[in-house]
Design a protein around this ligand. Structure first.
Ligand code: GLV
Ligand code: MN
Ligand code: MN
Length: 412
């Protein structure tokens, strides 16, 4: 089998998709179900159909493009990732796994390979939490981790229910049709940029993921008392933002001194009410993103943050309330997929190293309904979620080649 990856076509498609964006280049912003996201979905569909793939979309907008294998009764092999992009992002996060997956299928088709199992390329809806506050919306629902009833409660930041947004985007059927059976695919493999610096530092072109760190996402509501910024004297204040500032520092401290550099915690959003220069803040909403490869340690850190917040609330006479949006367990990649990835690297004499994924991915949830694995390629300086995110053409092609080989092993 002679696998030839068409570098020119793949790179030009990555550039073309990057232009379907709400932000000016080089930044990419593509929020789920926005006009640009819908345009990008339409653009992708034509590419999938041109490759002879059978395309379907489910009720939450996950898109499945299938290359039917000889044995239609056998479980399919799947690959894929996401195309939504956070505000002011780059062009490779997720996209490399989607367009690389398409190119891998085209390379297999052109080589004359005919799969026994069908090969399905999946574009997951809203891997990023930007709009509905929860990451991996599509794969979370496919795996049954987020129930249709819980999904129906989700609203975007403007207060518009997910139900309305998805129906306006053309998805009419009930969310109950989204979850897949517990053994949905014979294997799932996701190609992705590393989003960290380790492969680049080690000068190793490929990373085979062993574990995906456990993410948790919370909202913290601080309620104080407002008033006139000139008239309320300092001893009388219950300033919600001052209390929130102490909570933010408590978050940093708890993660920093957890005993392991694998613990990370970030407050990325701070909404202040009423948000006027001459008004004492009465209400603040913070978001907290905490992760660790060790679930118990992550939860210990979360508990320490809550304890600290309680002390701050007493001292400052404000109330502090925590709301868990999601708290996921870590995932281990299956030996079926990691062995196939290693075999493929060896076949092409490509060096690889085992690696931990500190970012979360749709693979975290696909691992609940299929033996799952991930392949990382380096990205410059480890930059991601910023416009200067960059993966070299050579690395993208290498990753796509190994993905194609792996899909051939898994679909025989
Ligand atoms: C995914 O984008 C993540 O935040 O890890
Ligand atoms: Mn991302
Ligand atoms: Mn991603």
């Amino acid at each position: 089998m002679n696998l030839a990856i068409d570098q020119r076509r793949l790179l030009s498609e990555i550039e073309a998709l990057a232009r379907i964006s709400e932000a000016d280049p080089p930044a990419v912003t593509r929020i789920v179900f926005s006009p640009k996201d819908l345009e990008a979905r339409g653009w992708l569909r034509t590419k999938f159909e041109a490759a002879g793939l059978e395309v379907r979309q489910d009720a939450i907008g996950n898109t499945f493009a299938r290359w039917t294998g000889a044995d239609t009764a056998a479980l399919a092999v799947a690959t894929g990732s996401h195309i939504d992009a956070i505000p002011n992002a780059g062009k490779y996060d997720g996209v490399v796994g989607v367009l690389g997956g398409l190119e891998a299928i085209r390379a297999l088709q052109q080589s004359g390979f005919r799969p026994t199992r069908s090969i399905e390329l999946i574009v997951f809806t809203s891997e990023e939490p930007t709009r509905f506050g929860i990451g991996c919306l599509g794969s979370r629902m496919l795996s049954g981790t987020l129930t249709p009833a819980a999904a129906r409660l989700l609203k975007d930041r403007a207060g518009v229910p997910l139900e309305d947004v998805r129906r306006q985007a053309g998805m009419q059927s009930a969310l109950e049709s989204v979850p897949l059976p517990s053994a949905a695919y014979s294997a799932f493999v996701e190609l992705h940029i590393e989003q960290g610096p380790l492969l680049e530092r080690a000068k190793v072109p490929l990373g085979i993921v062993e574990n995906i760190a456990a993410p948790a996402s919370l909202q913290i509501f601080v309620q104080g008392d407002g008033g006139h910024a000139g008239a309320v004297l300092m001893p009388d204040r219950q300033d919600a933002l001052c209390a929130a500032a102490e909570v933010v520092l408590a978050v940093e401290h708890a993660a920093r001194f957890s005993g392991s550099s694998d613990t990370v915690a970030t407050v990325g959003i701070c909404d202040v009410f009423p948000g006027a220069i001459n008004s004492v803040p009465s209400r603040v909403r913070l978001t907290l993103d905490a992760r660790d490869i060790d679930l118990a340690r992550r939860d210990t850190v979360l508990a320490a943050i809550e304890n600290q917040a309680r002390a701050i609330s007493e001292k400052r006479k404000v109330s502090v309330r925590f709301e868990v949006v999601s708290a996921d367990a870590p995932a281990s990649c299956s030996s079926l997929t990691t062995d196939a990835l290693m075999q493929s690297c060896r076949k092409h004499a490509l060096p690889f190293q085992k690696i931990v994924s500190r970012a979360y991915h749709d693979s975290l949830f696909m691992s609940r309904i299929a033996p799952a694995g991930m392949l990382f390629i380096p990205c410059r300086h480890g930059y991601s979620h910023r416009p200067d995110e960059y993966a070299s053409p050579e690395d993208i092609v290498r990753g796509t080649l190994v993905l194609a080989e792996t899909l051939s092993f898994l679909s025989r």
